[in-house]
Design a protein around this ligand. Structure first.
Ligand code: PEP
Ligand code: MG
Length: 320
């Protein structure tokens, strides 16, 4: 399969019965974008913009950010690049943003909450993204959304900045589904979000109420837990019902055992680590949607993550 995967790495990806599935790559640097292009990624479903912000004494300037985002866009010519707005706080602290000590950092100031609490930081990043050309190649994605108010607030700021920068074109703004609140209200979010992308790493931590950074429980934070899969199923159903695409940019999209389940649950975009893109395409091409849906239904009825993994291994042996 690996040879076949390499041969067709650059082609667009469809299931065996012709359903289009976009295969994107997650990026954490400008160099990653070149690797992703070489692997046949059809764009980036998650640019972790924290790479510009962490491990330094001051926040990056607008020009520095612009250069990085434009570099990524140029490495993926004509392809969508989804830039996640700064996602610090919680497990990703930054020295120049002193947070008050928090008893529960995972439930505190993090993700889009930080940007909205520091408007200058957020506006600088939005301006840098909006300056990338061609307009619209870079899309904007909000991390750790728990309410549509957060999307509305960012959209209002982005619209004002578009005015200041003389940009007439609409720029897509989507949300990450990483909280149970976002998953269960995906239909409401989808009315105003241009797309939804499930962050399975955080979604698992919040659905299971287990800290992904706590070594005592981290090993049990398994995104194939049926509770997490049911949240993913709800998100896909509610998002697609409202006419938006739903993708997965969390680590689960890079797990070969999970790909058939995610397709069966209704994800139409997967954003994986660059090195897995070609293999993920090969897996998708070997599946029919009916086969994937039946498999996903069986996974939703499993009683544990272990049972889902056993089911997925058996499926990979016989069906793929
Ligand atoms: C996630 O939570 O699944 C995700 C993609 O974001 P991060 O791992 O960067 O928190
Ligand atoms: Mg996350």
């Amino acid at each position: 399969r690996r040879d076949a995967a390499r041969a067709r790495a650059a082609d667009p990806c469809h299931t065996a019965d012709g359903v289009r599935i976009e295969l994107f790559a997650n990026l954490g640097s400008v160099e990653d974008a070149c690797a992703a292009a070489a692997q046949g990624a059809e764009g980036s479903g998650l640019v972790r913009s924290e790479f510009l912000f962490l491990g330094r004494d001051a926040a990056p300037s607008e020009d520095e950010q612009y250069a990085a985002y434009q570099g990524i866009a140029d490495a993926l010519p004509g392809l969508p690049v989804i830039v996640r707005l700064l996602d610090i706080g919680g497990d990703k602290p930054a020295a120049y943003l002193p947070f008050a000590a928090e008893e529960n950092p995972a439930l505190g100031q993090r993700g889009i909450r930080v940007g909205l609490a520091h408007p200058a930081l957020l506006e600088t990043q939005l301006r840098a993204i909006l300056r990338v050309r061609p307009v619209g190649q870079c899309r904007i994605m909000l991390p750790m959304v728990s309410s549509i108010d957060e999307l509305r607030a960012v959209r209002a700021i982005a619209d004002r900045l578009r005015g200041e920068l003389d940009i007439a074109e609409r720029v897509e703004i989507g949300v990450m589904v990483e909280t149970p609140a976002a998953a269960i209200t995906a239909d409401l979010l989808a009315v105003e979000a241009d797309f939804l992308s499930i962050g399975t790493n955080d979604l698992s931590q919040y659905v299971l109420a287990m800290d992904r950074g706590n070594p005592a429980v981290a090993a049990q934070v398994d995104p194939l837990h049926p509770a997490v899969l049911r949240m993913i199923a709800e998100t896909c159903r509610r998002g697609a019902g409202a006419g938006r695409w739903v993708g997965v940019c969390g680590g689960l999209a890079s797990d070969p055992l999970a790909v058939p389940i995610l397709i069966g649950l209704g994800a139409t975009e997967l954003s994986a680590v660059p090195g897995f893109v070609a293999e993920a395409k090969a897996i998708v091409r070997s599946l029919t949607s009916a086969q994937a849906q039946a498999h996903a239904r069986a996974a939703l009825d499993c009683t544990s993550a272990g049972e889902v993994r056993a089911l997925a291994r058996a499926f990979a042996k016989t069906a793929l």
